[in-house]
Design a protein around this ligand. Sequence first.
Ligand code: TXA
Ligand code: MG
Length: 316
Amino acid sequence: MAEDLLPDATGIARAAALLRAGALVALPSETVYGLAADATQDSAVAAIYTAKGRPDFNPLIVHLPDLDSAMAIADFPGTARALADAFWPGPLTLVLPLKPGHGLSARVTAGHATVAIRLPAHPVMQAVLQAAARPIAAPSANPSGKISATTAAHVRAGLGGRIAAILDGGPTPVGVESTILAPSADGTRLLREGAIPREVITPITGPLITDTTPGARVEAPGQLASHYAPLTPLHLGGTAQPGEIIIGFGPMACALNLSENCDLVEAATRLFAMLHQADAMAQSHGAPAIRVAPIPEMGLGRAINDRLRRAAAPRA
Ligand code: TXA
Ligand code: MG
């Protein structure tokens, strides 16, 4: 079973030592928990794919402590540098062309000529990155295709038997994953809606190239139709049926409420924990389904709806 680590000097040093030794450690970030490994060690990176049951075509995000280390391994075309200056450290991932001599395991990028890079703002993750002094590959710390983890308990329930340690930094504050952008000389593509809403990105990038741009194909390789899936079938909007577990938004009768006062920031923070909770309730009561009230398609609502549409999609 995974070792429990506290977010103090001892826990941070232990997490860094385990990572340098090639082990898997779950770490808190401001978005969701990440399943971390040394991105320069083939066997450590391979172990991430095995522990998650992740398809090997789906590349990983590399987490770095500062801009200098990012500029050492990747080029910054188009609006990349302006985006980094505006949002790093923070919940933004940039997909950038790899530089020669980058030193990363080829498994991190799944054979792509680009690498996804993020500089997290969470103080515990930052401390581990600095102590480990290695680029750290970290996908979300959930079994592939399942609900993301926003607490150490979620990580333990999903992956506890398969990893060396879990560093418990408390619930993750933002609650949805980073926004993923691919800047280039021809414009900036939005690969995944996330914690930084479009509205604050476009003043820097101009109009984003998205999946609704004619002729564009912009989804990240890991954005599978079914993802974030509870065991119980999930429906988005529509009419409640008898026995369903209702997750509400705004004032209404429901088992769980993402935000009584329609606050999308609060709803994002609660989203994955409420999906885990609703799934446990549905399983123990024999409920036929989970139904989630409609969420406005604006601000963080876009990232929330992206997760809910995938959670509702027919399972692979
Ligand atoms: O907030 C987050 O981003 C969290 C925390 C732990 O940092 N991480 C996370 O990782 O969400 P993951 O593996 O669940 O999602 C990473 C996404 C996948 O959809 C993957 O396909 C995409 O990033 N990705 C990684 N490298 C890429 C690349 N070179 N080109 C395009 N997409 C890439
Ligand atoms: Mg994920």
